[in-house]
Write a protein that binds this ligand. Structure first.
Ligand SMILES: [Zn+2]
Length: 267
């Protein structure tokens, strides 16, 4: 599932290709995604230029001057830049065609993604209004995390995956950050000390930044802007050995999500 780093890498790869380009058409093949894709996009977008591409949590926001094209990749979505003559394949639900003969194609087998249009401030949009601080900005800090965890009995991993607490940290990076911070994912959030919050906030930022860095240099297919990192310490390694102590990693379910950690290295 795309998390903050994958969405940010997608944004950085699309920016130089699309900023300043004008839409010339929209081809909508499947409108039934998590929210219905508005058919009016085909009337609204032609003639508008992309001014910028921003990100809020896991949402991409294409600034089109008079409004915003909002894209969420859902569970399995990705965007590809292709020549406009490229025939669509299965699950290619939507194309945005540009004035340079390229198209931006939205592919999403599970159809949990979102593509929609809105005018007004992104801060007020119902999908974006409750998103917490961006973890790569100064609004997210150990001090903030300490305040946010007070009197919270839920498992710490579920708290940091809650987008109203911090934006864009999903299952992969929650597992990885807690391993690196040496904190058990099933600890009650409110038991964290001030020092542990300082460490964890720094580690969350570090794992996200490292992943974005890998993504910007990783080899991907020429036409694909999707990026899924490899080389995790714990995520997806439920039966493996801990890279810290060599003991077998534990795997449990928390909030119905796979959670992997080391009983020795994480307290
Ligand atoms: Zn260990």
């Amino acid at each position: 599932m795309p998390e903050l780093p994958e969405v940010e890498v997608t944004r950085r790869r699309l920016m130089p290709e699309l900023v300043g380009r004008s839409f010339t058409g929209v081809v909508l093949r499947v409108a039934k995604l998590r929210l219905p894709v508005p058919a009016e996009l085909a009337e609204i977008l032609p003639g508008l230029a992309v001014r910028s591409i921003e990100r809020r949590g896991k949402y991409l926001l294409f600034d089109c001057g008079c409004g915003w094209l909002l894209v969420h990749l859902g569970m399995t979505g990705f965007l590809r830049l292709l020549r406009s003559s490229t025939p669509p394949g299965k699950h290619d639900h939507l194309d945005f065609i540009f004035d340079n003969g390229q198209l931006l194609r939205f592919h999403d087998p599970r159809k949990f993604g979102i593509v929609t249009w809105f005018t007004g401030s992104p801060h007020d949009h119902p999908l974006l209004a409750d998103i917490g601080p961006e973890p790569l900005t100064d609004s997210f800090s150990g001090e903030y995390l300490f305040t946010a965890t007070r009197k919270r009995n839920c498992a710490l991993k579920q708290l940091i995956m809650n987008s109203s607490v911090v934006a864009g940290v999903g299952n992969i990076y929650a597992n990885e950050a807690l391993f690196r911070a040496g904190i058990r994912p099933d600890r009650a959030a409110g038991t964290l000390t001030h020092q542990e919050c300082m460490v964890l906030a720094g580690v969350i930022r570090a794992v996200l930044e490292e992943s974005i860095g890998e993504g910007s240099t990783c080899r991907v297919a020429e036409d694909t802007v999707a990026y899924y990192p490899q080389n995790f310490s714990v995520y997806g390694r439920g039966s493996g050995e801990c890279s810290g102590c060599g003991n077998r990693l534990e795997e449990i379910r928390l909030g119905n999500r796979s959670t992997v950690f080391c009983l020795t290295c994480q307290k």
